[in-house]
Design a protein around this ligand. Structure first.
Ligand SMILES: Cc1cc2nc3c(=O)[nH]c(=O)nc-3n(C[C@H](O)[C@H](O)[C@H](O)COP(=O)(O)OP(=O)(O)OC[C@H]3O[C@@H](n4cnc5c(N)ncnc54)[C@H](O)[C@@H]3O)c2cc1C
Length: 273
């Protein structure tokens, strides 16, 4: 199993029996802002899979390169952000990917061009490419060279705006694995929520099912954003089982209240939802 920053992971209280590999050091955290000019005029930037996305955003600005500020406030390693196609209201990582560098489970190094990868909502099709999925070792991003120092300042201001939006609407300081469920696409109209074919907020559905503030052991449905399940770190016993049980409860309540089946966004190791 490959561990990124763990920001989207829920690990069973008993742990996992697999070998867990982290790429959070050495060559895997290297960033090269001089990777070269791309055919579309943007700048190719190599980022190792273990580099942290928030730091890459600020380093890119220091190097006069913009674009990634739309992904402000997302805790992630570059590998995890890529695999999950991390993003939100302002944009998603897939837009900035030029190529992906990876290892097959057989140990063969491969480079995959952007147009060979399907980026969709909170996923890519990289996982099933090789038995057990590819291990992403780095990404070549396509960023924009800011034409002036003022343009970099505008990008910095945008980063602050994006982070502020997240801070106002999500429990950023609490212990969580981000959004518990993916925002579903409705297969039929749900009164007060949306029309058939529309992607709607899982948080809204969970809220309307009366789950906001629901607590089970050390886990609670956040009162700030119902799609975040937060864990009380001071609780005396391990918490993953409570989080999973609360996710099951929320999913069932949404099913009963609106007929919508929520799919988990968090990746769960060692347990099934
Ligand atoms: C407070 C908070 C806010 C968040 N807000 C957002 C948001 O706005 N938008 C959003 O998209 N997400 C958000 N998340 C979720 C999380 O930040 C993203 O899913 C992020 O992309 C996870 O990256 P990671 O490195 O932590 O991956 P991990 O959680 O460590 O792993 C996630 C998955 O990716 C796989 N993986 C990781 N690295 C590699 C690699 N190198 N090769 C192959 N597979 C790999 C893992 O095996 C696992 O299956 C939030 C999380 C928190 C806690």
């Amino acid at each position: 199993l490959i561990l990124g920053d763990g920001a989207n992971l829920l690990v069973a209280d008993a742990g996992v029996g697999n070998l867990v590999v982290s790429l959070a050091q050495g060559e895997f955290t290297r960033t090269d802002f001089a990777a070269g000019q791309l055919a579309d005029g943007r700048v190719g930037v190599f980022v190792g899979a273990g580099a942290k996305l928030p730091q890459v955003i600020t380093s890119a600005h220091r190097a006069g390169l913009t674009g990634l500020e739309l992904l402000g406030g997302i805790p992630a390693s570059m590998g995890g952000a890529l695999v999950m196609n991390a993003g939100g209201a302002f944009g998603e990582l897939g837009t900035f990917v030029h190529a992906v560098h990876a290892l097959t489970r057989g140990g063969r190094a491969v480079t995959i061009a952007r147009d060979e990868i399907t980026f969709s909502y909170r996923r890519t099709d990289l996982g099933p490419r090789a038995a057990g999925g590819l291990i992403v070792t780095g990404v070549t991003l396509a960023l924009t060279r800011a034409p002036s120092p003022e343009a970099v300042e505008r990008a910095r201001a945008k980063l602050i705006e994006v982070m502020g939006y997240k801070k106002d609407s999500q429990p950023m300081a609490a212990a969580s694995a981000g959004c518990a469920f993916k925002n579903p696409t409705l297969d039929r109209a749900v009164a007060g929520v949306g029309e058939a074919g529309q992607r709607v907020s899982a948080g809204l559905l969970i809220d309307r099912a009366g789950c906001k503030g629901l607590t089970l052991g050390c886990a609670s449905v956040s009162t700030r954003h119902a799609n975040f399940i937060t864990a009380d770190p001071s609780h005396p016993r391990p918490c993953a089982a409570d989080v999973i049980a609360l996710m099951r409860q929320a999913r069932q309540r949404v099913q009963d209240a609106s007929g919508v089946t929520l799919e988990p966004e968090v990746v769960i190791w060692g347990e099934r939802l």
